[in-house]
Design a protein around this ligand. Structure first.
Ligand SMILES: *[C@@H]1O[C@H](CO)[C@@H](O)[C@H](O)[C@H]1NC(C)=O
Ligand SMILES: *[C@@H]1O[C@H](CO)[C@@H](O)[C@H](O)[C@H]1NC(C)=O
Length: 399
């Protein structure tokens, strides 16, 4: 009896482990060593890198370039702090990365893109691939060269076959999702004219909202990022011709001017934005938001009201859609951040849905022009398909 039960449990455990294992697979790193001669280097001067799983069958000439996220460094202090980490040096990156969700190579997990060439570009510049400062400070040896990395990586992929692409997507999550917006038109311009190109941002729509103390915290951070990295000349000209360059780091000031079709997946209560834009540590010195940021279930009625107002501000920052279906959006009411790289969020029986469509289905239908998708969820807590994040209380949120 006891043995039968344990055997059953063991069987269950092994099945779950196999399931988890088959959902992702490891892809090795490629260092773009020829980028170094172009000055296209990580913060520490090391070569940039990506992970590349080759396309096959009908997907041989299709390319998905997905950009890794990881916040930003806004000044010498914070850039030095990340210089000798995986976010500032390819010497510190793991050499194998698990591909799942939109990077999966299995049709049942990723029906529209499984056989494409799938690339995950590692993030090591600290400014969403917008920086370009020629001078290297001898004292710090910091290199601000994100825009050069972007160009060098795309040129490398073109040489590896992307010059023959029939279909191409630039995507990314978080700071990488922001890259896919800011570089959308420049990506379009780099791939051949005949290629069908669209861009897709996951959790990259960071809004310029005041924090709970009334300060323009994120605006200050972005201003420092743009100044430190010399990003102005690499931000979309349709925006920089109209306003201060640092404001052109915000998708809300850029999206309308982007010509290439663009899809935004974002939670209206994006957990990174709640933690770092709405209620950053500096705006909450007594830590009143701490428990709420860890688990949305802990939020007080007053905090929930503040978050509902944040959602409304988020919605009003989205581009006006008009009659165009070239812009797509999947804006759900989850407490989440990045919903495409994990299989359970991208496509599974219990994945988040809007109008009964998973993110994988909405994005696939939009890319292939099967049907447009522009949906905004009802307010929290109406959506029972969410996988709301619960953070470890030990990792104190800060930026
Ligand atoms: C750099 O930015 C961080 C975070 O915003 C801040 O705490 C720090 O004081 C800044 N350092 C300098 C030298 O400006
Ligand atoms: C939602 O979609 C699933 C298949 O993805 C289908 O089985 C189910 O019937 C749909 N539900 C509704 C209410 O349309």
């Amino acid at each position: 009896m006891f043995h039968a039960r344990s055997a059953q449990l063991l069987y269950l455990l092994v099945s779950v482990l196999i399931l988890l294992k088959t959902e992702g697979f490891n892809v090795g790193i490629t260092y773009v060593t020829n980028a170094v001669a172009k000055g296209a280097v990580c913060l520490d001067g090391s070569p940039p890198a990506y992970h590349f799983d080759k396309g096959f069958g009908a997907g041989t000439n299709n390319w998905l370039v997905h950009i890794e996220g990881g916040g930003w460094c806004n000044n010498v202090t914070t850039c030095l702090a990340r210089k000798n980490t995986r976010l500032g040096s390819s010497k510190k990156m793991v050499t194998q990365l698990s591909f799942s969700g939109l990077l999966s190579n299995k049709p049942q997990f990723n029906p529209d893109f499984y056989n494409w060439n799938r690339i995950k570009v590692r993030y090591c510049d600290g400014a969403s691939f917008t920086g370009d400062v020629e001078a290297v400070d001898r004292a710090t040896n910091l290199h601000y060269r994100g825009a050069r990395i972007f160009l060098a990586v795309i040129e490398d992929l073109l040489a590896k076959g992307m010059k023959n692409a029939e279909n191409a997507i630039l995507s990314g999550c978080s700071a990488g999702g922001l890259t896919s917006i800011l570089h959308c038109d420049s990506f379009r311009a780099l791939v051949p004219m005949g290629t069908k190109v669209k861009c897709f941002s996951d959790a990259g729509y960071f809004i310029n909202a005041k924090d709970v103390s009334g300060a323009l915290h994120i605006e200050g951070v972005y201003n420092e990022v743009v100044m430190t990295h010399g990003s102005a000349k690499n931000l979309p000209a349709s925006c920089t011709s109209k306003m201060r360059p640092s404001l052109c780091f915000f998708p809300q000031n850029v999206a309308q001017g982007i010509q290439t079709p663009l899809f935004m997946v974002n939670a209206a209560y994006d957990s990174w934005q709640i933690k770092n834009i709405l209620a950053p540590g500096v705006a909450d010195p007594h830590g009143l938001w701490h428990n709420c940021k860890i688990d949305v279930k802990n939020c007080s009625p007053t905090q929930l009201k503040t978050m509902q107002d944040f959602r409304l501000e988020f919605l009003s920052a989205l581009p006006a859609l008009g009659s165009s279906t070239s812009k797509g959006m999947f804006i759900n009411s989850c407490y989440a951040h990045c919903q495409t790289e994990m299989q359970e969020l991208w496509l599974r029986n219990d994945s988040p849905r809007l109008s009964n469509k998973t993110i994988a289905k909405a994005v696939g239908d939009w890319y292939y022009d099967r049907s447009p998708f522009q949906k905004i969820d009802c307010p929290y807590p109406c959506d029972n398909t969410c996988h709301n994040r619960v953070f470890d209380p030990q990792e104190h949120p800060s930026v």
